[in-house]
Design a protein around this ligand. Structure first.
Ligand code: XIL
Length: 311
């Protein structure tokens, strides 16, 4: 059949996937990644611990290999991520507060300059909020307060004026205290003229629990003048998955896609990983998995069929 990529592009959106450097050695996986998807997010290779493992020493090789794969397959590329509390080397979290801003600016400037002209977008700040909507008390917040977000966005814009600049988080898909916090942050940044183009909704969903307020929530963000994207879609199941579960998963995928299509300013969706064998879910949520559209043998699941139909 027609690829997800082609179907999505015909509707004016993109459909992407995330892969790792190691995935490049998996022929079944790369055939699907390059054939079915029009956007690539490096799952780990542009994170701080890979890119700048020690102060001022930059390692762009892994990210470059994934960028080359994207280019060879005419895929858009999403930079993930410049400022995040996780996969952050301890040399950063151990810095005295007075040195964090300099390290952050240097990291952003070097990384965004290296990839300048190659990226559709950067996830400039990833996961700034706690579940209750307060700011996460990470190294950046401790050193600079909430102003680190504006500082990071301005620094990224100066280094790569062509990349769209995003804030990205999880559990902000529905209307709740955490999405309220992101909404208020975006509103405040836009009113101050801080460069910000989009909000990424990770969308790590649980089977049958796609929030019913997804559409209303996305629409309140686009009303602020930013685009929105589903950036890390998966839909995890308590293992072993039954055929009823897989059918429900198809309905979940279709509802997310239909919602994006129904929201002007929703520019696309990215699934986090290609197949169930590659997904991060079993490692992070023991006993759960099978969250993607492809089974462990890279055969399309009901979620694939439902997605193609929704597109
Ligand atoms: C995950 C990767 O997929 C794993 O390989 C890694 O071990 C941990 O990080 N939210 C994010 C992503 O923004 O960067 C995470 O990716 C998944 C959760």
């Amino acid at each position: 059949g027609t690829s997800l990529r082609t179907l999505a592009e015909a509707k004016g959106i993109y459909f992407g996937t995330a892969i790792t450097q190691g995935d490049l050695n998996n022929a079944a996986l790369t055939t699907i990644a390059g054939g079915q998807f029009g956007m690539l997010t490096p799952a780990n290779e542009m994170k701080w611990d890979t890119v700048e493992p020690s102060p001022g020493s930059f390692n762009f090789g892994p990210g470059d290999r994934l960028a080359a794969f994207a280019q060879a397959n005419s895929m858009k590329l999403r930079g993930h991520t410049l400022v995040w509390h996780n996969q952050l080397p301890s040399w950063v979290s151990n810095l005295p507060n007075g040195q964090v801003q300099g390290a952050m600016r240097n990291h952003i400037t070097n990384t965004a300059t290296h990839y300048k002209g190659k990226l559709y977008a950067w996830d400039v700040v990833n996961e700034p909020f706690n579940e209750d909507g307060s700011f996460r008390n990470d190294a950046f917040y401790r050193a600079m307060g909430s102003g680190y977000v504006a500082d990071a966005l301005r620094t990224a814009r100066a280094a790569d004026p062509g990349a769209k600049l995003y804030l990205n988080d999880y559990n902000i898909e529905g209307l709740n205290p955490k999405s309220d916090a992101m909404y208020n942050l975006v509103k405040s940044l836009k009113s101050q003229g801080v460069p910000l183009d989009g909000v990424g909704f990770q969308a790590h969903f649980i089977l049958g629990q796609v929030p019913s307020s997804l559409k209303a929530n996305l629409q309140r963000f686009t009303a602020l003048g930013v685009e929105v994207a589903v950036t890390e879609l998966d839909d995890r199941i308590k293992l072993p998955a039954s055929s009823a579960d897989l059918a429900q998963q198809g309905r979940d995928y279709a509802s997310v896609i239909n919602t994006c299509l129904a929201v002007t300013g929703c520019v696309g969706l990215t699934q986090w990983g290609v197949g169930d064998a590659d997904s991060w879910i079993p490692g992070t949520f023991p006993g759960e998995g099978d969250g993607t559209m492809y089974d462990r043998g890279y055969r399309p699941k009901p979620a694939y069929t439902a997605s193609a139909e929704a597109l």
